[in-house]
Design a protein around this ligand. Structure first.
Ligand SMILES: [Ca+2]
Ligand SMILES: [Ca+2]
Ligand SMILES: [Ca+2]
Length: 242
């Protein structure tokens, strides 16, 4: 009995494995599928005009999958597209990466009399991390507040309506990083602005949405092995007693 108690104490001590360091966990949405939504995570995705909208070939040529999450909604602001994860392990921050299609007749900084401004807003847990205007008429002198440094292509019709389109790469260094510790996260993208015209004129699409959580504790491999030995020892002690 005494020895079994000692084993129990040993197992209890090892039940919280030593932390070897911090790792990362990436969860995403790509081509109408969740990516790495495993290990007790619960994931959700939404796009008001269809998560599984067939992607025009012109957009596929710039990195989009055969299915794009399409948002073609009216209103001010319009309905949001979203990606949410719950059941997250302990973490300290998150990076938000995605591929963005600015589709058709976005009017940038134009005044309301000229169909602008058209604004894309991104929120994380209800807090804006991005709110900038976009246009596909830069070559006609229309300005926008969003940087074009991460624009892969612009002023070119890639599909949907015959207006020009553009593609922006918000992956890697072009993504967003923010402190985050909660066990759930909700990211939303929506269009708005006084000039937002929506269906039949201007829309947007998303693909390759990836949330990477950092500061995720990684158990020390040695302590996990010891935990296994401790449990084996407990089994042995139980067998001895019977
Ligand atoms: Ca327009
Ligand atoms: Ca187009
Ligand atoms: Ca507009």
């Amino acid at each position: 009995m005494k020895s079994q108690l000692r084993v129990l104490v040993a197992v209890a001590a090892l039940a919280a494995p030593a932390v070897a360091g911090a790792g990362t966990l990436t969860v995403g949405w790509s081509n109408f599928s969740f990516v790495n939504c495993v290990g007790g995570l619960s994931c959700g995705a939404s796009a008001p005009s269809g998560l599984n909208t067939p992607t025009p070939p012109g957009f596929q040529a710039w990195g989009f999958s055969p299915f794009i999450a399409w948002n073609d909604t009216p209103g001010n602001p319009a309905e949001s597209s979203g990606f949410a994860v719950s059941g997250l392990p302990q973490h300290t921050g998150v990076s938000v990466e995605f591929l963005l299609a600015i589709i058709d007749s976005w009017d940038g900084d134009n005044p309301p009399g000229q169909a602008g401004p058209d604004l894309l807003t991104i929120q994380v847990d209800g807090v804006p991390i991005f709110a900038e205007t976009f246009t596909n008429f830069g070559n006609f002198g229309v300005t926008q507040s969003a940087s074009t440094a991460n624009r892969l292509v612009g002023e070119t019709d890639l599909g949907f309506l015959s207006w020009p389109d553009s593609v922006y790469d918000f992956s890697g260094a072009n993504g967003f990083w923010l402190p985050h510790t909660g066990s759930t996260i909700v990211v939303r993208w929506f269009a708005g602005g006084e000039g937002w015209q929506g269906p039949g004129d201007e829309s947007f699409g998303l693909d390759h949405i990836f949330l990477t959580f950092d500061g995720v504790p990684v158990p020390e491999p040695g302590s996990l092995a010891l935990l296994g030995l401790g449990l084996a020892g407990l089994g042995l002690a139980k067998r001895r007693r019977s």
